[in-house]
Design a binder for this molecule. Structure first.
Ligand SMILES: [Ca+2]
Length: 85
């Protein structure tokens, strides 16, 4: 009997999720994809500044300092600072 009551709630949850603002990981991926002009899965400073973002932000987000920003680094920075730089 318990399963019958839970199923309608489970079916509704995807609908309510799409009506809300996307969570930070999704926004990070969207921002990343927008800036990753050559689609190689990492952002260089050139791609970053070409996307209209500041060099200072790139250096803050490039956590390991290898000169490339990964989706994970961007996600972590957006979680920390609330935006993409
Ligand atoms: Ca790239």
């Amino acid at each position: 009997m318990r399963i019958i009551y839970l199923l309608p709630l489970a079916a509704l949850s995807p609908l309510s999720a799409t009506a809300q603002t996307p969570p930070a990981p999704d926004r990070a991926q969207v921002a990343f994809d927008k800036a990753d002009s050559n689609r190689d899965g990492s952002l260089t400073l050139t791609e970053w500044t070409a996307a209209g973002r500041r060099e200072r932000g790139f250096k803050m987000i490039d956590a390991d300092g290898d000169g490339k920003v990964t989706p994970g680094e961007l996600r972590a920075a957006m979680a920390k600072y609330g935006r993409g730089g």
